[in-house]
Design a protein around this ligand. Structure first.
Ligand code: ATP
Length: 336
C-alpha cells in the first residue's frame, strides 16, 4: 500500500525573490588568527524565517550584525533586496532592517510609547502619526495600548518587554528583521507562548527574518529553513527542519541534532497528511485533530494507553484513525 507523502506542519519556505544575500563575506577581528566569519555565502528569500543555528562562538551574532552593518565586513558583499548595502549609509540601512536582541535594550527612562516611537520620530513623522503607529504596533504584539503606552520598561515582565522590543523593531515597517536570541532570556512557558505568538504575527506580516539561536527545538519550530553553522560561520547545512532531521549532511550535524531526531521529526508531520485507517466504532479512547502533529497523536495514545487514536476533522467529526504502527512507518531512520 502506498501512502501519500507526509507534509510538514511548518509553513513551506516561500519561493519568493531573494531579500538578503551574503556573498563571500569574511569578518576578521583584530588580533584573531581565525576569521569569526570566513567566506560565507547565504541567501534569504522574501518572507521566510531563516534560523542561524550552531555552537557557541561559531559566529552567529557576528553574521547577524554584518547584515545591518553594526559590524563591517573585512571582505565580501551584502545585498538587501538586490542592492549592495556594503557602502550604503548605515543609519538608513538600519531603518530598513528591524533589530531585536535578547536583553531587549529598551530605554529605561522612556515610556513604552516613546520607546516604540523612536524610529518614526527620527524619521520626522508628526506626533499624531507616531501615536497612531505606536498604538497599532502595541496592539499587533498583543499589548493593550491603553494599559501599556504610558508605562516604563521596569513595570513590564520580561515577556512583555520582549513584545515591546519586537514592536519597536517593526515601527518603520522594515522589510527585514534580525533577531538575536530573542526568546533566550525567558522562562520556558513564556518562551513557548511568545514563539507561538511570533509565528502568528509573522503569518500576518510576512517579514524576511534572520534569527539566531543555539536551541535546536526553537530552530525547528520557527525556521522555514535552518542554516547550521560550524566554527568560522562555515555553512554546514542549509535546509528545511524536516530535511535536516531526516538527512543530516554530515557527522557534525548528526551530532548536533543528536539522539531524538526521529522523535523531533514527529512534531513536523501532520496527522492528516498520512494515510488514515477507517475510524473505529464506539467512543474513542484517544482523539487528535487532523492538523495536530504525529507527536501529539502519539502523546494522546500514550496517555490513553491506546494503540490507535481517532482523527477529528475541523468540525470535530471522526475522519479516520491513526495507529502506532502507521506512525512508526512515517519515521525513517536518519542516515548515519
Ligand atoms: N568584538 C570582538 N573582538 C574580537 N573577537 C570577537 C569579537 N566579537 C566576537 N569575537 C569572536 O568571534 C567569534 C564569533 O563570535 P560570535 O559572537 O559571532 O559567536 P556566536 O556564535 O554568536 O556565539 P554565542 O552563541 O556564544 O553568542 C568568537 O570566537 C568570538 O570570541
Amino acid at each position: 500500500m502506498t501512502e501519500p507523502a507526509a507534509t510538514e506542519t511548518t509553513r513551506a519556505a516561500p519561493a519568493g525573490r531573494e531579500m538578503i544575500r551574503l556573498e563571500g563575506v569574511t569578518k576578521r577581528y583584530p588580533g584573531q588568527d581565525a576569521p569569526a566569519v570566513g567566506d560565507l555565502t547565504l541567501s534569504v528569500r522574501d518572507g521566510e524565517i531563516v534560523v542561524l543555528l550552531g555552537p557557541s562562538g561559531c559566529g552567529k551574532t557576528t553574521t547577524l550584525r554584518l547584515i545591518n552593518r553594526l559590524i563591517e565586513p573585512t571582505s565580501g558583499r551584502i545585498l538587501l533586496d538586490g542592492e549592495d548595502v556594503t557602502r550604503a549609509d548605515p543609519d538608513r540601512l538600519r531603518r530598513r532592517i528591524g533589530y531585536v536582541i535578547q536583553q531587549v535594550g529598551l530605554f529605561p527612562h522612556m515610556t513604552i510609547a516613546a520607546n516604540v516611537g523612536v524610529i518614526p520620530r527620527t524619521l520626522g513623522w508628526d506626533g499624531g502619526r507616531v501615536r497612531a503607529r505606536v498604538d497599532e504596533l502595541l496592539d499587533m504584539v498583543g499589548l493593550d495600548p491603553g494599559t501599556y503606552r504610558g508605562r516604563y520598561p521596569k513595570e513590564l515582565s520580561g515577556g512583555q518587554q520582549q513584545r515591546v522590543g519586537v514592536a519597536r523593531a517593526l515601527a518603520a515597517d522594515p522589510p527585514a528583521m534580525l533577531m538575536d536570541e530573542p526568546f533566550g532570556a525567558l522562562d520556558p512557558v513564556t518562551r513557548e507562548r511568545l514563539q507561538d505568538h511570533f509565528l502568528e504575527l509573522q503569518a500576518r506580516i510576512g517579514k524576511t527574518i534572520v534569527l539566531v539561536t543555539h536551541d535546536l527545538d526553537e530552530a525547528l519550530k520557527l525556521g522555514d529553513r535552518i542554516a547550521i553553522l560550524g566554527q568560522g560561520a562555515r555553512l554546514v547545512q542549509y535546509d528545511t527542519p524536516a530535511a535536516i532531521l531526516a538527512e543530516p549532511a554530515d557527522g557534525f550535524v548528526a551530532e548536533f541534532v543528536g539522539a531524538g531526531a526521529a522523535m523531533r521529526r514527529l512534531r513536523l508531520v501532520e496527522v492528516g497528511s498520512i494515510g488514515l485507517l477507517p475510524a473505529g466504532e464506539g467512543a474513542p479512547a484517544a482523539t487528535v485533530r487532523a492538523g495536530q502533529s504525529l507527536y501529539e497523536a502519539l502523546d494522546a495514545m500514550l496517555r490513553a494507553g491506546a494503540e490507535t487514536a481517532t482523527v477529528l476533522d475541523e468540525d470535530g467529526r471522526p475522519a479516520g484513525a491513526v495507529s502506532w504502527s502507521a506512525i512508526v512507518r512515517q519515521t525513517p531512520e536518519p542516515r548515519p
